[in-house]
Design a protein around this ligand. Sequence first.
Ligand code: FMN
Length: 341
Amino acid sequence: MIPLPPVLRGEGERELVTVGGLRLSNPLLLAPLAGVTIPSIRLFYSRLGAGGVHTEMVSGAGLLRSNRKTAHMLAALPGEAPLILQLFAGDEATLLSGAERALEERPFPALGINMACPMPKVLKKGAGSRLLERPEVAFEMVRSLAALGLPVWPKIRKCPPSFPLSTEAFCEGLLNAGAALVTIHGRTPAARYSGEADRTIVGSCAALFPEKICASGDVYTPEQAAGYLDQGCAAVMLARGALADPFLFPRTLAFLGHDVHNSYRNPSPDFQVQLLLSFGDLICAEEGQKKAVLFLKRLLAGMFKGERGVGALRRDAASHNSWPELRGLLAEWTGYFERRD
Ligand SMILES: Cc1cc2nc3c(=O)[nH]c(=O)nc-3n(C[C@H](O)[C@H](O)[C@H](O)COP(=O)(O)O)c2cc1C
C-alpha cells in the first residue's frame, strides 16, 4: 500500500471534544451510509480525519436471526475512529435484543437508532422514519437502549406538519427518554434526498437543546459544516459531500483550525491519484476487488472537478472492471495532471 503522510500534525496537544457522551478528536462524523460505510471505507475516512464513524444501518431482526451478512456488518478494523453502531427495527424488543447480540460481538462506544430512513422496505417494517409517526415507540426504544449504559444516538428527519409531533417536540421526547445526542437531517421523509436540507430547523433545535444536536444534510463545503457548528450543533455528519470529495474532512478540519498537512489542504491532482490508489488497495485487501472498483468509480465521479482531461479518465475508468486494471489506469494518470501543461 502506498504510504501517505498523516493528515493531522500536533494532534496530541489538542483537546478532545465531548459529543453525545463520547470524547472525540473532533466533531466531524462520517454518516451512516448503507452500502458504503464498510470497515475499509470507514478506516479510510478515519485516516482522513473523521472524529467518529458509523456502521451502515444494521437490522435488529437480522442480528437475531444470526444472519451472516448482518453479523459481517459488525466487523471493524484497527485504526478506525470511534465506531457507532446504527441499528434499525420496528419494535423495541427486537431493537434491544439485536443491540445485546451485537454487543456480545464487539464493545461499541455508542448505539445509534435509525429513525430517518425513508425507503419503503424499511418503512414497511415500521422502522426508519416510520418511527417519527410512532413517537411512543421511538421513545421506548431510546429508554430501553439507554438502560444498557451506553450513549444512545437516534437519527431523525425533519417532521412535516402532518406528523404527530413537531421536530422540536420529537427531539425533546428523545432527550427526555435518555438520548445523549439527536442527529437531525433537515429533510422530511417524503423529500428523501432531494431539495435543500432545512438548516433552520436544525439550528432552532440546537438552540433549544445545546450540545445535544448533531446536524446532517447538504454538507459539501467546510463553510457549510462550520455553519452547523456555529448554530450550536455538537457535531456534524458528512455524507454525500465526503463521497464526492474525500478531502472534505481534512479541508473542514483545517477550516476549523486543526493543523492539517498541506498535501490534504490543497491536494494536487497527483496527490489525489495517490490517495485513490492507496484507498483502492485497502478496500481490495479487505473486501475484495469488486467493492474496490465500485467505490473508486463512485469517488472518481465527484473528484477532479474542473480538471482538464478528467472526462476521459472517468470514461476509461468506466470500462475497467477489475482492480488491477483500474489501478493500472489510475497509475498511468499519476503525473498526468501535472504534465498536461
Ligand atoms: C447511499 C446512502 C446511504 C445512506 N444510508 C443511511 C443509513 O444507513 N442510515 C442513516 O441514518 N442514514 C443513511 N443515509 C442518510 C445520510 O446519513 C445523511 O443523513 C443524508 O445523506 C443527508 O446528508 P447529505 O445531504 O450531506 O448527504 C444514507 C444516505 C445515502 C446517500
